[in-house]
Design a protein around this ligand. Structure first.
Ligand SMILES: [Zn+2]
Length: 473
């Protein structure tokens, strides 16, 4: 009997352990399945974001190319009309060019929205709200009449209202792709550590090597918020392009004879599209008047050589005909993936920034020349291609990084006035500034570098800690 009781106890124990084991196995399995589902979901959304961001960037660049080719053809039409003394047509052409410089890029922004949405990206409420606010700002600030003139000189009468309408129309449809290389007329231009997103990233990651290379004086000299130099002012901007997908073209006043000369590429470009401009009519320069011709803004259309340092993502020589910066299209899409695991509120935001650029060349006598090689805009663009984000014109941190923008525009000026007590605890950039304000934090960096700075090497873009691209890919 005693034995029997023992046996049955044993059996009970064993079956109890088996149940426990099965329960544990089920838990682990369920956990693994949820985890796998999360991983699949994240990979799927990442793929979708990448496709959408790239498609949006290409759509924007295509419209940039189309607009620049049109402006170029109109330059040639202008030469023809001008050589025949047709002043009315010259006026119409110049006015059309001014508008194309705005309407072309803005159509690109609209096309980018379609591309992003067709690739499964939803409307982004923050982007949409921002563009609606921007439309109001254009009307209420840029176009405000002061002393009989608008606050910002208009490219043509009523331009700011037409521009505001275009921005609002895009916002009303819902914005899915943010123009990450937008340059706003009111953005501060110039370097300042507080406007560099890398500064905040270095604080967050205790990346002392960043300070070693770019800001040792910050670590060593900083002694409180009044130490910061004033935030930079905005620069004088040419207002001949919209803030989104700017073409960086501008009208320049010149006489016809300086545009169309024997052997000038414009003569050949004109022939290519079936216009024959004969320099014969240009002999008499007596009654030639100054007219507006559209040129590449050379400050923006520089060669890439200036960027060929360790941070440039392309190795080797850039082929001559591709060696220009200028117009490009950078689009940010954000998609969130709600996690099945952990608490239900958790989600990952997946950000993809795609960059694309119009490419083309002029057929020179011996070789191909860049589209901007003669300064005058000519129909030269033949393709659009994706480019590395680090080679694009997108500013540090991205123009449609809304948290970053809010920090720069609203939090920084308050902090500069009132100091760390005015930082916003909900803003991650403010939180990093609060860390920066702790003297022990900065001292620990100086101390680490005193014995470890030999460990700091500039890593190739995208790889390794301390290096990395400017965007969260
Ligand atoms: Zn902030």
């Amino acid at each position: 009997m005693i034995l029997n009781i023992k046996q049955s106890k044993n059996i009970q124990n064993r079956s109890g352990q088996a149940v426990l084991f099965i329960v544990m196995a089920i838990c682990i399995l369920a956990f693994a399945m949820l985890w796998m589902a999360d991983v699949h979901r994240i990979i799927f959304i990442k793929d979708r974001s990448q496709n959408a961001g790239d498609a949006a960037a290409l759509a924007g660049a295509r419209w940039q190319a189309t607009a620049m080719n049109f402006v170029g053809e109109l330059n040639l039409m202008h030469a023809l009309a001008s050589s025949m003394g047709d002043e009315v047509s010259v006026d119409v052409i110049t006015n059309t060019q001014k508008r194309v410089c705005f309407v072309g890029p803005m159509t690109g922004v609209a096309a980018a929205q379609q591309a992003a949405k067709l690739n499964g990206i939803h409307v982004n409420d923050d982007f949409t709200a921002f563009m609606k606010e921007h439309a109001d700002k254009i009307e209420n600030e840029y176009a405000t009449i002061m002393n009989g003139n608008s606050a910002l000189p208009e490219p043509w009468p009523g331009a700011w209202y037409e521009y505001a309408d275009m921005v609002r129309a895009i916002a009303d449809d819902g914005v899915a792709a943010g123009v990450d290389n937008a340059i706003f007329y009111t953005d501060p231009m110039g370097a300042h550590p507080l406007l560099q997103i890398e500064f905040y990233e270095a604080i967050r990651g205790k990346n002392w090597c960043w300070f070693h290379f770019y800001g040792m004086h910050l670590l060593e000299e900083y002694d409180g918020y009044t130490w910061w130099p004033a935030l930079p002012e905005q620069e004088e901007l040419p207002l001949s392009s919209p803030e989104y997908l700017a073409l960086h073209l501008r009208p320049i006043e010149l006489r016809l004879s300086s545009i169309v000369k024997e052997g000038h590429p414009s003569i050949e470009a004109a022939e290519e599209i079936g216009i024959e401009i004969t320099p014969r009519e240009l002999d008499d320069t007596q009654d030639e008047v100054l007219e507006n011709w559209f040129f590449y803004n050379s400050g923006r259309w520089g060669s890439w050589e200036t960027m060929l340092d360790s941070s440039f993502p392309i190795e080797g020589d850039v082929r001559d005909e591709y060696n220009y910066q200028g117009a490009d299209s950078v689009m940010r899409v954000e998609a969130s993936s709600h996690r099945l695991m952990e608490d239900t509120k958790a989600h990952d935001t997946i950000i993809w920034t795609g960059a694309a650029k119009p490419f083309g060349y002029l057929d020179g006598e011996d070789n191909k020349a860049t589209p901007n090689s003669v300064g005058l805009v000519l129909p030269a663009f033949r393709s659009v291609n994706l480019i590395p984000i680090d080679a694009s014109s997108a500013p540090d941190g991205g123009s449609f990084n809304m948290k970053w923008r809010r920090h720069r525009e609203y939090h920084l000026p308050i902090y500069m006035d009132a100091g760390p007590s005015a930082l916003f605890p909900n803003c991650m950039y403010c939180r990093q500034l609060a860390t920066w304000e702790i003297p022990e934090f900065r001292i620990s960096g100086v101390e680490w570098l005193a014995s470890n700075d030999w460990k700091c090497v500039i890593s190739p873009p995208g790889g390794g800690p301390g290096g990395g691209t400017r965007h969260a890919h």
